[in-house]
Structure formats: structure tokens, C-alpha cells
Design a protein around this ligand. Structure first.
Ligand code: FES
Length: 503
């Protein structure tokens, strides 16, 4: 009995086995303030997806390039939704809100039989972040769809036949920052290297036999965002830009380079690609921009309304009150610049945030430049900071040039305080591991990666996920952010002056 995996573009798939079909992360419409579009264009598949009857629907997380609400509203509501069971219950709430009555929420590593011989198992990012992947076992053939999810490496499933995972970036760093060109290029190169390194590890740890490049890159159709389509100077490469490096790092892994509409037929243990005739393999961005003019133009359609200092004070006051647990011992001066106006804002502690319009004496640590349209959407709750950042429609400057986890988490997750609460809990986990003559905290203080897989060499500990680095003797953060790592050098190793790379 053959099984089929049809690719819908980006992170979207239809998987069929034993007469049951599951639709995964279907994305067709603009995302993040109308800035992201699928690449290549996959609109030729939309009518098929709208009219098809699916048994199951799985959406990995709330980012709009996975959770396409416009498309979801077009689907038959009787489909059974497989949802990740996040602490916030956010995904389940969203689906109920859209009128989907059958929602099965699966916890980390929890399984559900879709039909005999077809089993879905959920894999969560177990940190404060809310993201998930799905393992589909089809009579022993194991497809792992990790999209851009980072499940701790020690908890990834093994013996995977086919892995679908990201290779291209899906974040605003460093693109939103105002770095000079040569600094920007270094940072871009470093992120691209880190993305591929993480992919190699996922491939090796899951023993993947074959790999589908997926979950990116997007395309930016609004002309003001055109620079983000540069595949060399951004964190958004196409597969062809990284394929040689992948082949060298993972020579025994078969790469299935497929395009929207193509399918993978699974017969026995072997995946075979069936090409869709006329599948789009690339785009002329100018033509694509013309075709979707009305859609990216929606960003400019809403009328601009004046913003008051009271609205800004009220917004940050609410955000701060809901996340007091995150802001103990925290103070930060930030500046908002929008439409020729400036607001200086002092955040942190238990007091109300101080908001003053006009120039301030204190040099802010973060400056956020954004259009009144984006600021209006944030203040009215039409979008969140995570989406606004991903839209690339704002610019950031930080002084010093260090990522502040608490501040960025306040913005990104502050609307779901259960996430910031988890971040605080993660910081207090005391579990340790011993490796290479060191006793250190087991989970990365950034986003909970299991440091059992850390790279330790030349006196530096490096997290394998986002590659923050710490001094192995002091725990001081050397690169990536501003959080220390709890680490001590073990007695027995003190005679050895070098801390070498571990297994
Ligand atoms: S989880 Fe991000 S650097 Fe460790």
C-alpha cells in the first residue's frame, strides 16, 4: 500500500496513508503585516486544498506562515485538528475560536492513531517557546516534520526515514538591526552557518535517511522590503545556495528537492519523487509582486490614526503588570521612534513604566524605529511584537550590541504570560550534567536546549541550537546574549589545563 507526501510549499504538506489524509501547515496568503509570501508561489494549489476533504489538520504553531487564518476559515470545520498542547493552550483556543469542534491536543511525545498503521506523535519545543513538529509513522516508514521547531536534541526521535526541516532563516535577526554592511554580513554568515549546523545535527541525531528542504525561505513582495530577497546577503538562502555544504556534511543522506505540487511516493522503504507537471520552481519577483499587488498593498490600506503618549504608557503599563514575574531586578531604557516622534520609556521593577515624549538624557539600550501604521497595529492588538519583528517592517538598534532575553521576551511573549512564567522557571532549573571535566547546568539558559550536546573546546562551551557561547571556567556569556551559565570545573580535571571537545 503506497503512501503519499504532497508538498504544498514552505512547510505545507498533505500526507496520505491507509485512506486517511492529513493536511499540515498549509500557507497561501501574506503573513506578518502582509510582508511574507510563499516562495515559489503556490497559489495554483489553493483551490485543491479548499475543496479537498481531509480527515486531519495539523498546524505546528501560531506563526502566520504556518497558521494561515485566511485559509483555515475556508476549510471544512468537521476535520479533526491535531494541535500541540502548549502551556498557554493558545492553539486549541484559536481553533475553537474558528469553529473547529474536533480538536485533539497532544503533549510532548504523545501519540494518536489516525487509522490502523498510521500514528502521529507530537514533538514540542519544551522551553518557553511554543513550536512543534510531528512524527508520522506509516506502517514503519517514519516521516518527521520538524518545520522550524527546535525540540531539545536529546529528545528527537531516532530511525527517521524522511526528515522535513528548515535550512533557511525565519527570524528578524540580524536583518532588522542597523548594522553597517560589513558587520551585517558577518552576522548573516554566522546565522547561516548556525542554521546549517543545527540542521546537520538534527539529521544525524534522527538518523534521517532522506531530507526534504522546507519551511523557507519566504519572499518579500512589498518593494520597501525588497532587500530581504537577496539570497546571499540575508539569512534567507535558497536550497541551491547551501546544497553543496549539506552534501559534504551529510553525504549519505538523499535530498528530495521538491516544489509546490510535487509528491513523494513511499513504496516499501523508499521515497520516490513524482513531479507535478508545470510545478513552479522559481519566481520572477517583479511578476509575483504584480500578481499579489492587492495583497501586500493591504498593509497600506488601513487609515493612519494619531498616536498619543497615554496610549503608549497604557500599553507598556499593561504589558509590565501582566509580566511582573519577569521584571524583578530588571530595568531598561528604550526609545520608540515613529513618524518623527520619540518616546523614551523606562521599563522594569515594580513601578509603572515611565513614558516621556521627546529627547531624554539617558541613552537608551534599545531603540525601535517603526512606522505609525505598525505602532498602531501593536497598540490596538492587531499584531504582536513577534509578528511585527518578523515583518521586517521595523528597525532596531541596541547599545551595547547584546541580546537581552528578558526584554525581548517581554515584547515577544508578554501577551501570553504563561510563556514568560515558564522562562523564569527555566532559569531556576538546577539539573546539572558532567562533561569534559565540567559540571554545568543541563539546559541552555536561552531556550532550554539540552547541553549534553554542547560543543566544548578551547575553554568555551557552545550551545548547539543558537550557538551562544560561555567561558567554561566562569560561565560568563561570551556571545549570543547576556545570561550566565552555571558551571564549575571538576576537581579531577584540574591537572589538565586544556578543556577539549567532547564526544
Ligand atoms: S537554546 Fe538558544 S543558544 Fe541555547
Amino acid at each position: 500500500m503506497a503512501s503519499f507526501v504532497q508538498y504544498l510549499g514552505h512547510a505545507g504538506f498533505i500526507v496520505q496513508h491507509g485512506g486517511v489524509k492529513i493536511l499540515i501547515d498549509p500557507w497561501f496568503h501574506s503573513a506578518f503585516l502582509h510582508s511574507w509570501f510563499p516562495y515559489p508561489d503556490n497559489r495554483h494549489l489553493l483551490s485543491e486544498v479548499r475543496s479537498e476533504r481531509f480527515n486531519y489538520l495539523y498546524v505546528s504553531h501560531a506563526h502566520e506562515d504556518h497558521y494561515d487564518e485566511r485559509l483555515l476559515r475556508m476549510l471544512d470545520r468537521s476535520v479533526t485538528v491535531i494541535a500541540p498542547k502548549y502551556r498557554s493552550k493558545g492553539m486549541v483556543r484559536r481553533f475553537h475560536g474558528l469553529g473547529f469542534g474536533n480538536v485533539i491536543a497532544l503533549d510532548h511525545q504523545e501519540s494518536h492513531e489516525l487509522t490502523p498503521g498510521f500514528v502521529a506523535t507530537m514533538y514540542l519545543d519544551t522551553s518557553h517557546k511554543e513550536d512543534s513538529g510531528l512524527l508520522l509513522d506509516m506502517n514503519g516508514f517514519r516521516l518527521l516534520d520538524l518545520n522550524d521547531c527546535n525540540t531539545p536534541m536529546s529528545e528527537l526521535p531516532k530511525q527517521v526515514d524522511l526528515l522535513a526541516a528548515q535550512f533557511s532563516g525565519a527570524m528578524w535577526y540580524p536583518g532588522c538591526y542597523d548594522y553597517p554592511p560589513e558587520v551585517m554580513q558577518k552576522k548573516v554568515d554566522s546565522v547561516r552557518h548556525a542554521l546549517m549546523d543545527t540542521l546537520y545535527r538534527k539529521v544525524k541525531l534522527t538518523n534521517a535517511k532522506a531530507y526534504i528542504p522546507s519551511a523557507g525561505p519566504p519572499c518579500f513582495l512589498d518593494p520597501v522590503l525588497e532587500r530581504h530577497n537577496d539570497r546571499q546577503r540575508t539569512i534567507f538562502p535558497q536550497w541551491e545556495d547551501v546544497a553543496d555544504a549539506f552534501r559534504k556534511a551529510c553525504p549519505h543522506v538523499e535530498v528530495l528537492r521538491i516544489y509546490p505540487g510535487d509528491s513523494v511516493r513511499i513504496e516499501g522503504a523508499r521515497p520516490v519523487v513524482d513531479r507535478m507537471s508545470g510545478a513552479r520552481t522559481h519566481e520572477d519577483v517583479r511578476e509575483y509582486r504584480q500578481r499579489r499587488r492587492d495583497e501586500w498593498g493591504e498593509f497600506y490600506a488601513a487609515p493612519e490614526s494619531p498616536i498619543t503618549s497615554d496610549e503608549i504608557a497604557g500599553y507598556f503599563s499593561r504589558l509590565q503588570r501582566r509580566n511582573n514575574h519577569l521584571l524583578q531586578d530588571f530595568h531598561k531604557d528604550i526609545r520608540l521612534s515613529s513618524g518623527g516622534r520619540l518616546w523614551s520609556i523606562r521599563l522594569g521593577g515594580t513601578a509603572e513604566p515611565l513614558v516621556i515624549e521627546g529627547e531624554e538624557q539617558n541613552e537608551p539600550e534599545y531603540t525601535i524605529v517603526l512606522s505609525p501604521r505598525v505602532l498602531r497595529a501593536l497598540l490596538d492588538g492587531g499584531t504582536g511584537w513577534e509578528e511585527a519583528l518578523l515583518s521586517m517592517r521595523l528597525a532596531l538598534h541596541r547599545e551595547p550590541d547584546v541580546f537581552d532575553l528578558r526584554f525581548m521576551s517581554l515584547l515577544r511573549y508578554g501577551d501570553e504570560p504563561v510563556q514568560t512564567l515558564q522562562l523564569v522557571r527555566d532559569q531556576s532549573v538546577t539539573e546539572t550534567i558532567e562533561r569534559d571535566g565540567l559540571r554545568m547546568q543541563r539546559f541552555c539558559p536561552h531556550a532550554g536546549e539540552d547541553l549534553t550536546h554542547a560543543i566544548i573546546r578551547d575553554g568555551i562551551i557552545e550551545c548547539p541550537r543558537h550557538h551562544w557561547q560561555w567561558d567554561a571556567r566562569t560561565g560568563k556569556c561570551l556571545a549570543g546574549g547576556n545570561l550566565r551559565l552555571r558551571v564549575e570545573v571538576l576537581e579531577v580535571e584540574r591537572t589538565d589545563p586544556e578543556i577539549e571537545e567532547g564526544a
